[in-house]
Design a protein. Structure first.
Length: 351
């Protein structure tokens, strides 16, 4: 194995405690474990959290079924529209469907549990507000187990964004039309931390990226701690002379005589090629610059005058200077694009 991803489950637990301290004891927690728990590992993370949260949320039905097959008994909400031809699996596995389109009503088997999903301004999945009257009619027409209602905020990763309040007010108007018995949830990570005083918590919240230690926006949350470390090793250390050129395209030139280290990790593992020359790694307690173009299975590090040994451990990601947040800033993206891109072939080790 060329590298391993170490996932500290207790840090995920501590991050969940931080969520609980914000929302209080009366609000249920729906842990979002979609896309391999943001790259941390769907099954192991869910097994760790199953007694600490009331619900799980997944992006896809296949993820929810995988949890059921591993013995997870918590209620599970699936965000995607039910895949055609697989509608019966929701009832078979006791999984909650999202009704995000009017066509879904007629496709689900009678008795299937479902949450109504309204689009209040995200313009991704969800039923439009003007269709709420038709939703009420279809609820009478189709014998489903309607147990919840929700929406999703588009701008909650920014503090004091007017569109969050606008969406919230639209949702409140919709919510007033439906039975009080429906469990209501709107708050993702951003809404939990940045808008909890604006009445977004309702009956349950959907913590996602915050569980794994990252603030949902640019405003840091000091109590959150990243749960992963990505480690590899030097597989070769070689001399390099001043002026010699390194990697595809010969884009990096050695500034002096020294040593070059080769790490057996590349863009096939999840180190984006666009990060070439833009990040550092930790070796023997020091930070060293990655140099040259990242290739599919390897990247190189300039060691300067230090001749380190083959097999010397290399830390690629952890916290602070080596955080996915640093990579994300370099790429103009968000930390969870970094963590979800770490290839499944990278071995996950749980500590």
């Amino acid at each position: 194995m060329s590298s391993s991803l170490y996932v500290n489950l207790s840090k995920i637990g501590n991050n969940l405690k931080t969520v609980s301290s914000v929302i209080g004891p009366e609000v249920q927690k729906m842990a979002v474990v979609k896309d391999e728990a943001y790259g941390h590992g769907l099954i192991e993370v869910a097994k760790y959290l199953k007694d600490k949260v009331e619900w799980f949320c997944t992006a896809r039905l296949s993820e929810a079924i995988a949890l059921r097959k591993e013995g997870i008994k918590n209620p599970i909400l699936v965000f995607e529209l039910p895949p055609r031809g697989k509608e019966s699996l929701y009832k078979a596995y006791n999984i909650t469907a999202s009704i995000s389109d009017l066509s879904v009503f007629e496709r689900l088997e009678p008795g299937t549990e479902a949450h109504l999903h309204f689009d209040t301004g995200m313009f991704r999945l969800g039923i439009l507000p003007e269709d709420s009257a038709e939703v009420l009619q279809k609820m009478k027409q189709y014998d489903l187990n309607y147990s919840g209602i929700y929406t999703h905020f588009a701008n909650s990763d920014e503090q004091n964004h007017p569109r969050v309040i606008k969406q919230l007010n639209i949702f409140r108007d919709i919510r007033a039309q439906f039975p009080d018995t429906l469990m209501t949830h709107t708050a993702n990570s951003g809404a939990i931390f940045y808008y909890h005083e604006h009445g977004v918590l309702f009956d349950a919240v959907r913590p996602g990226v915050c569980l794994y230690g990252y603030a949902p926006g640019s405003v840091e949350i000091p109590e959150l701690e990243p749960a992963l470390e990505w480690k590899s090793e030097l597989v070769q250390v070689k001399k390099i002379k001043k002026g010699e050129l390194v990697g595809y395209g010969s884009r990096w030139e050695a500034p002096d005589d020294g040593w070059l280290g080769v790490v057996p990790v590349g863009y096939a593992d999840g180190v984006f090629r666009n990060l070439s020359g833009c990040f550092k790694v930790e070796i023997a307690g020091e930070l060293f610059q990655q140099v040259g173009t990242i290739s599919m299975d390897f990247f190189t590090v300039y060691l300067g005058s230090k001749k380190l040994a083959n097999d010397e451990p290399v830390t690629i990601l952890k916290r602070e200077e080596l955080s996915p947040k640093v990579w994300a800033k370099k790429m103009g993206t968000i930390p969870y694009e970094i963590t979800t891109a770490i290839s499944p072939k990278v071995k996950r080790v749980y500590v």
